[in-house]
Design a binder for this molecule. Sequence first.
Ligand code: SAM
Length: 283
Amino acid sequence: MTDWSTEALHADYAQSLRVDKLIYDSETAHQRLRVFENPTFGRVLTLDDVVQTTEADNAIYHEMLTHVPILAHGAAARVCIIGGGDGGMAREVLKHATVSHVTMVEIDGGVVAFSRQYLPSLSAGAFDDPRLDLVIADGADFMRDTKGGFDVIIVDSTDPVGPGEVLFTDTFYGHAKRALAPNGILVTQNGVPFLQPQELTNTMRAFTALFADATCYLASIPTYAGGPMAFGWGTDGDARATPPDVLQGRFDAAGLAPYYYTPQVHKAAFALPGYVARLLPGS
Ligand code: SAM
Protein backbone atom coordinates (compact mmCIF):
# COMPACT_ATOMS: atom_id res chain seq x y z
CA MET A 1 0.00 0.00 0.00
CA THR A 2 1.27 3.49 -0.85
CA ASP A 3 2.15 5.49 2.25
CA TRP A 4 1.65 9.28 2.31
CA SER A 5 2.80 11.83 4.87
CA THR A 6 0.02 14.39 5.38
CA GLU A 7 0.56 17.70 7.09
CA ALA A 8 -2.20 18.77 9.48
CA LEU A 9 -1.04 22.36 9.93
CA HIS A 10 -4.23 23.95 8.59
CA ALA A 11 -7.86 23.06 9.43
CA ASP A 12 -9.08 22.72 5.86
CA TYR A 13 -6.05 22.42 3.62
CA ALA A 14 -3.28 19.84 3.60
CA GLN A 15 -0.35 18.75 1.50
CA SER A 16 0.75 15.15 1.21
CA LEU A 17 4.09 13.77 0.16
CA ARG A 18 4.49 10.15 -0.91
CA VAL A 19 6.70 8.18 1.46
CA ASP A 20 8.75 5.90 -0.77
CA LYS A 21 11.08 4.85 2.01
CA LEU A 22 10.79 5.59 5.73
CA ILE A 23 14.30 6.29 7.00
CA TYR A 24 13.60 7.25 10.61
CA ASP A 25 10.59 7.69 12.89
CA SER A 26 10.78 8.51 16.60
CA GLU A 27 9.51 10.73 19.40
CA THR A 28 12.07 13.11 20.92
CA ALA A 29 11.38 14.83 24.24
CA HIS A 30 9.91 17.73 22.25
CA GLN A 31 8.35 16.41 19.04
CA ARG A 32 7.82 13.52 16.61
CA LEU A 33 10.69 13.36 14.17
CA ARG A 34 10.48 11.58 10.84
CA VAL A 35 12.64 11.33 7.75
CA PHE A 36 11.53 9.69 4.55
CA GLU A 37 12.44 9.65 0.90
CA ASN A 38 10.31 11.18 -1.84
CA PRO A 39 11.31 11.02 -5.53
CA THR A 40 10.86 14.75 -6.17
CA PHE A 41 12.09 16.19 -2.88
CA GLY A 42 14.74 13.68 -1.83
CA ARG A 43 14.98 13.18 1.92
CA VAL A 44 12.23 15.03 3.80
CA LEU A 45 12.35 15.97 7.51
CA THR A 46 9.04 16.38 9.34
CA LEU A 47 8.46 17.46 12.95
CA ASP A 48 5.03 16.53 14.28
CA ASP A 49 4.18 15.69 10.63
CA VAL A 50 4.88 19.24 9.44
CA VAL A 51 7.51 19.47 6.68
CA GLN A 52 10.59 21.28 7.99
CA THR A 53 13.04 20.83 5.19
CA THR A 54 13.75 18.76 2.11
CA GLU A 55 16.95 18.04 0.25
CA ALA A 56 15.55 19.46 -2.98
CA ASP A 57 14.11 22.84 -1.98
CA ASN A 58 15.82 23.79 1.31
CA ALA A 59 18.32 26.06 -0.44
CA ILE A 60 15.62 28.59 -1.31
CA TYR A 61 14.57 29.00 2.31
CA HIS A 62 18.07 28.96 3.78
CA GLU A 63 19.63 31.31 1.22
CA MET A 64 16.86 33.89 1.60
CA LEU A 65 17.08 33.95 5.40
CA THR A 66 20.88 34.31 5.36
CA HIS A 67 22.19 36.09 2.26
CA VAL A 68 19.50 38.79 2.33
CA PRO A 69 20.31 40.15 5.83
CA ILE A 70 24.05 39.39 5.71
CA LEU A 71 24.67 41.05 2.32
CA ALA A 72 22.34 43.95 3.16
CA HIS A 73 24.28 44.50 6.39
CA GLY A 74 27.62 44.41 4.59
CA ALA A 75 29.89 43.65 7.56
CA ALA A 76 28.09 41.03 9.62
CA ALA A 77 30.58 39.34 11.95
CA ARG A 78 28.42 37.95 14.75
CA VAL A 79 25.32 36.01 13.77
CA CYS A 80 22.76 34.23 15.95
CA ILE A 81 20.48 31.46 14.65
CA ILE A 82 17.48 30.49 16.77
CA GLY A 83 16.25 26.98 15.91
CA GLY A 84 17.87 25.72 12.73
CA GLY A 85 18.48 22.18 14.02
CA ASP A 86 18.94 20.64 10.59
CA GLY A 87 22.06 22.78 10.06
CA GLY A 88 21.01 24.30 6.71
CA MET A 89 20.95 27.84 8.08
CA ALA A 90 24.42 27.47 9.64
CA ARG A 91 25.68 26.07 6.33
CA GLU A 92 24.66 29.22 4.45
CA VAL A 93 25.73 31.71 7.17
CA LEU A 94 29.20 30.17 7.35
CA LYS A 95 29.74 30.68 3.61
CA HIS A 96 30.32 34.36 4.46
CA ALA A 97 33.96 35.17 5.23
CA THR A 98 32.83 38.31 7.10
CA VAL A 99 31.18 36.06 9.72
CA SER A 100 33.56 35.29 12.56
CA HIS A 101 31.14 33.78 15.07
CA VAL A 102 27.78 32.00 14.88
CA THR A 103 25.72 31.14 17.94
CA MET A 104 23.03 28.61 17.11
CA VAL A 105 20.38 27.97 19.79
CA GLU A 106 18.29 24.88 19.13
CA ILE A 107 15.84 23.48 21.68
CA ASP A 108 16.04 19.90 20.49
CA GLY A 109 19.44 18.21 20.47
CA GLY A 110 17.70 15.25 18.87
CA VAL A 111 17.08 17.20 15.66
CA VAL A 112 20.76 18.12 15.41
CA ALA A 113 22.08 14.62 16.08
CA PHE A 114 19.58 13.07 13.81
CA SER A 115 20.11 15.56 10.95
CA ARG A 116 23.86 15.08 11.09
CA GLN A 117 23.36 11.36 10.65
CA TYR A 118 20.46 11.17 8.21
CA LEU A 119 20.56 14.52 6.38
CA PRO A 120 24.30 15.31 6.16
CA SER A 121 23.86 17.33 2.98
CA LEU A 122 21.80 19.89 4.98
CA SER A 123 24.59 20.95 7.33
CA ALA A 124 27.41 20.05 4.88
CA GLY A 125 30.05 20.20 7.63
CA ALA A 126 28.71 23.34 9.36
CA PHE A 127 28.59 21.63 12.77
CA ASP A 128 32.36 21.05 12.57
CA ASP A 129 33.18 24.67 11.73
CA PRO A 130 35.12 26.24 14.65
CA ARG A 131 33.16 29.49 14.18
CA LEU A 132 29.93 27.71 15.22
CA ASP A 133 28.87 27.62 18.86
CA LEU A 134 25.92 25.24 19.28
CA VAL A 135 23.74 25.82 22.35
CA ILE A 136 20.98 23.34 23.18
CA ALA A 137 18.37 25.52 24.91
CA ASP A 138 15.07 27.27 24.42
CA GLY A 139 15.74 30.22 22.12
CA ALA A 140 13.41 32.45 24.13
CA ASP A 141 15.32 31.78 27.36
CA PHE A 142 18.63 32.37 25.58
CA MET A 143 17.45 35.67 24.12
CA ARG A 144 16.18 36.85 27.51
CA ASP A 145 19.58 36.23 29.11
CA THR A 146 22.14 36.96 26.38
CA LYS A 147 24.42 39.99 26.31
CA GLY A 148 23.88 39.95 22.54
CA GLY A 149 25.84 42.19 20.23
CA PHE A 150 24.68 40.29 17.14
CA ASP A 151 24.83 41.89 13.71
CA VAL A 152 22.19 39.50 12.38
CA ILE A 153 19.67 37.33 14.23
CA ILE A 154 17.88 34.65 12.18
CA VAL A 155 14.83 32.92 13.63
CA ASP A 156 14.56 29.56 11.88
CA SER A 157 11.69 28.22 13.92
CA THR A 158 8.88 25.76 13.57
CA ASP A 159 5.37 27.22 13.26
CA PRO A 160 3.84 28.94 16.30
CA VAL A 161 2.56 25.74 17.88
CA GLY A 162 4.38 23.59 20.45
CA PRO A 163 7.95 24.60 21.28
CA GLY A 164 8.05 27.24 18.53
CA GLU A 165 5.17 29.29 19.98
CA VAL A 166 7.35 31.41 22.28
CA LEU A 167 9.42 32.54 19.31
CA PHE A 168 6.43 34.50 17.96
CA THR A 169 5.76 36.56 21.10
CA ASP A 170 6.27 40.30 21.64
CA THR A 171 8.49 39.47 24.62
CA PHE A 172 10.84 37.38 22.49
CA TYR A 173 10.99 40.02 19.75
CA GLY A 174 11.78 42.68 22.36
CA HIS A 175 14.65 40.60 23.74
CA ALA A 176 15.92 39.93 20.21
CA LYS A 177 15.95 43.64 19.43
CA ARG A 178 17.94 44.27 22.62
CA ALA A 179 20.43 41.57 21.53
CA LEU A 180 21.19 43.31 18.22
CA ALA A 181 24.31 45.42 17.72
CA PRO A 182 23.66 48.94 16.39
CA ASN A 183 22.13 48.63 12.91
CA GLY A 184 21.72 44.89 13.44
CA ILE A 185 19.00 43.04 11.54
CA LEU A 186 16.40 40.55 12.81
CA VAL A 187 14.84 38.17 10.27
CA THR A 188 12.19 35.57 11.02
CA GLN A 189 10.38 32.64 9.44
CA ASN A 190 6.82 33.96 9.28
CA GLY A 191 4.77 31.33 7.53
CA VAL A 192 2.73 31.49 4.35
CA PRO A 193 0.57 34.65 4.53
CA PHE A 194 -2.19 33.31 2.30
CA LEU A 195 -2.85 30.55 4.84
CA GLN A 196 -1.43 32.09 8.03
CA PRO A 197 -2.28 35.81 7.73
CA GLN A 198 -2.59 36.36 11.48
CA GLU A 199 0.92 35.08 12.08
CA LEU A 200 2.38 37.76 9.83
CA THR A 201 0.10 40.51 11.15
CA ASN A 202 1.10 39.75 14.73
CA THR A 203 4.82 39.81 13.97
CA MET A 204 4.56 42.95 11.86
CA ARG A 205 2.64 44.76 14.61
CA ALA A 206 5.39 43.89 17.09
CA PHE A 207 8.20 44.80 14.65
CA THR A 208 6.59 48.15 13.81
CA ALA A 209 6.58 49.06 17.51
CA LEU A 210 10.22 47.99 17.90
CA PHE A 211 12.09 48.96 14.74
CA ALA A 212 12.57 52.04 12.53
CA ASP A 213 12.39 49.74 9.49
CA ALA A 214 9.85 46.91 9.85
CA THR A 215 8.53 44.93 6.92
CA CYS A 216 8.63 41.47 5.37
CA TYR A 217 9.99 39.91 2.21
CA LEU A 218 8.93 36.85 0.25
CA ALA A 219 10.11 33.67 -1.44
CA SER A 220 8.22 30.69 -2.84
CA ILE A 221 9.32 27.37 -1.41
CA PRO A 222 7.50 24.38 -2.94
CA THR A 223 7.02 22.37 0.28
CA TYR A 224 5.79 25.38 2.27
CA ALA A 225 2.62 25.22 0.20
CA GLY A 226 0.00 27.90 -0.30
CA GLY A 227 1.89 30.71 -2.01
CA PRO A 228 5.03 32.62 -1.06
CA MET A 229 6.45 32.42 2.44
CA ALA A 230 7.01 35.64 4.39
CA PHE A 231 10.17 36.52 6.29
CA GLY A 232 10.00 39.24 8.91
CA TRP A 233 12.60 42.04 8.66
CA GLY A 234 13.35 44.46 11.48
CA THR A 235 16.23 46.91 11.90
CA ASP A 236 16.96 50.44 13.03
CA GLY A 237 19.49 50.81 10.21
CA ASP A 238 19.01 51.50 6.51
CA ALA A 239 20.28 48.19 5.12
CA ARG A 240 17.10 47.65 3.11
CA ALA A 241 17.98 50.67 0.99
CA THR A 242 21.41 49.29 -0.02
CA PRO A 243 21.74 50.25 -3.72
CA PRO A 244 21.73 47.39 -6.25
CA ASP A 245 25.33 48.01 -7.39
CA VAL A 246 26.59 47.89 -3.79
CA LEU A 247 24.67 44.65 -3.19
CA GLN A 248 26.10 43.20 -6.39
CA GLY A 249 29.63 44.16 -5.30
CA ARG A 250 29.19 42.46 -1.92
CA PHE A 251 27.70 39.40 -3.59
CA ASP A 252 30.62 39.11 -6.03
CA ALA A 253 33.12 39.59 -3.20
CA ALA A 254 31.44 36.87 -1.12
CA GLY A 255 32.04 34.31 -3.88
CA LEU A 256 28.69 32.63 -3.40
CA ALA A 257 27.17 30.28 -5.97
CA PRO A 258 23.56 30.11 -4.77
CA TYR A 259 20.74 27.98 -6.09
CA TYR A 260 18.12 30.75 -5.73
CA TYR A 261 19.53 34.02 -4.36
CA THR A 262 20.65 36.79 -6.68
CA PRO A 263 20.98 40.49 -5.78
CA GLN A 264 18.05 41.15 -8.13
CA VAL A 265 15.87 38.58 -6.36
CA HIS A 266 16.97 40.15 -3.07
CA LYS A 267 15.64 43.54 -4.14
CA ALA A 268 12.46 42.13 -5.69
CA ALA A 269 11.64 40.04 -2.61
CA PHE A 270 10.64 43.21 -0.75
CA ALA A 271 7.95 44.08 -3.35
CA LEU A 272 4.76 42.93 -1.65
CA PRO A 273 1.54 41.87 -3.41
CA GLY A 274 -1.56 43.74 -2.21
CA TYR A 275 -2.93 40.92 -0.06
CA VAL A 276 0.38 40.71 1.84
CA ALA A 277 0.91 44.48 2.12
CA ARG A 278 -2.56 44.80 3.66
CA LEU A 279 -1.48 42.50 6.52
CA LEU A 280 1.11 45.06 7.63
CA PRO A 281 0.12 47.84 10.07
CA GLY A 282 -0.75 51.20 8.56
CA SER A 283 -1.83 49.85 5.17
N1 SAM B 1 12.12 25.70 7.97
C1 SAM B 1 11.20 25.13 8.85
C2 SAM B 1 9.79 25.64 8.64
O1 SAM B 1 9.60 26.76 8.27
O2 SAM B 1 8.90 24.85 8.82
C3 SAM B 1 11.67 25.22 10.23
C4 SAM B 1 13.08 24.72 10.37
S1 SAM B 1 13.40 23.64 11.69
C5 SAM B 1 15.12 23.64 11.58
C6 SAM B 1 12.98 24.60 13.08
C7 SAM B 1 13.73 24.23 14.35
O3 SAM B 1 13.28 25.09 15.39
C8 SAM B 1 13.51 22.80 14.84
O4 SAM B 1 14.72 22.11 14.82
C9 SAM B 1 12.94 22.97 16.26
O5 SAM B 1 13.40 21.99 17.17
C10 SAM B 1 13.45 24.36 16.61
N2 SAM B 1 12.72 25.07 17.67
C11 SAM B 1 11.38 25.09 17.90
N3 SAM B 1 11.09 25.82 18.99
C12 SAM B 1 12.27 26.29 19.46
C13 SAM B 1 12.63 27.11 20.57
N4 SAM B 1 11.71 27.58 21.43
N5 SAM B 1 13.95 27.40 20.75
C14 SAM B 1 14.89 26.94 19.91
N6 SAM B 1 14.61 26.13 18.84
C15 SAM B 1 13.32 25.82 18.62
